[in-house]
Every structure is written in structure tokens, then in C-alpha cells.
Design a binder for this molecule. Structure first.
Ligand code: FES
Length: 145
């Protein structure tokens, strides 16, 4: 069972925005996504910008420096879904927003690479700001019969 810690109060994070909080010696970006709170690593793996100050649209945050996009629901980098950043469990207890570390089966940090290295372009996120949105649904080539 993860141990939750209070990082903010309801009302501290305006709807559609994020704020960065220190948690376990790292900065965590907590977003208010239409009343749903989500938390990811605040540090963009490209060059270290604070993702909390990025533009949030349809659960996807776009880094304010060079526009890399991450799905706040699962930490997926929209240019290559095999690269993820840390995601934290979030709960609201009373008026307190609490986060906890999520255990991962593979705890090895995954290094970011240049976007041109991306082999996979369909992140599956629904953010309209996501540059990897496929023109057609990923399963559009299913055989009939
Ligand atoms: S620092 Fe985030 S995209 Fe460059």
C-alpha cells in the first residue's frame, strides 16, 4: 500500500493548470484536469523544464520550452509511447491533495532521446495538442471477414 503525503489543498491548483511540489527529493507536477488531479515528474526529460508550467489540454501537457508532450494519465511521451516519465498516485482526502509513489515493475530510469529517434508515432493519447495524433485510428487496417 503506497504511503500518501499531502502536497496541496484543493483550490491551490486552478482548473486546467499545474503546479510543482517537492516530494521525496524531486519535483512533481500536479495538474487539475477538469477537477481530476494527476501527478507526473515535473522535470521534462529533454532539457529539464518544469512541466507544471506547460499547457494542459485534454490530459496532455506540452512542455513550455520545446513542446514535447506528455500524457498526464500515464506519463507517456506522445512522440514515442515506449518512453514514459514517472507518474504518481493522487487522491483527495477532505481538502488535501495527496500523492504517492507508484511501484513500477521496471524501476530502471529510461533515458530520453531526440524526438527524431522516435520509432513509434501513435501515443494513443487524446490530446489535440499531441503531435503524434494519427490521421486514422491505429486499428483502421483490420481485415473484414
Ligand atoms: S525542455 Fe521540455 S521539450 Fe525541451
Amino acid at each position: 500500500m503506497p504511503e500518501f503525503f499531502t502536497v496541496a489543498k484543493v483550490g491551490d491548483i486552478p482548473e486546467g493548470e499545474g503546479r510543482a511540489f517537492e516530494f521525496n527529493d524531486q519535483m512533481v507536477a500536479v495538474f487539475n484536469d477538469n477537477g481530476v488531479y494527476r501527478a507526473i515528474d515535473d522535470m521534462c526529460p529533454h532539457m529539464g523544464a518544469s512541466l507544471a508550467s506547460g499547457h494542459l489540454e485534454e490530459s496532455v501537457v506540452t512542455c513550455p520550452w520545446h513542446s514535447w508532450s506528455f500524457d498526464t494519465r500515464d506519463g507517456t511521451w506522445c512522440e514515442n509511447r515506449r518512453l514514459t516519465i514517472d507518474v504518481f498516485a493522487v487522491r483527495v482526502v477532505g481538502d488535501e491533495i495527496q500523492i504517492a509513489t507508484v511501484e513500477k515493475p521496471d524501476d530502471e530510469p529510461k533515458a530520453a532521446s531526440d524526438p527524431s529517434d522516435a520509432e513509434e508515432k501513435n501515443c494513443g493519447c487524446s490530446g489535440s495538442s499531441c503531435k503524434s495524433q494519427p490521421a486514422d485510428p491505429p486499428n483502421s487496417e483490420q481485415e473484414n471477414g
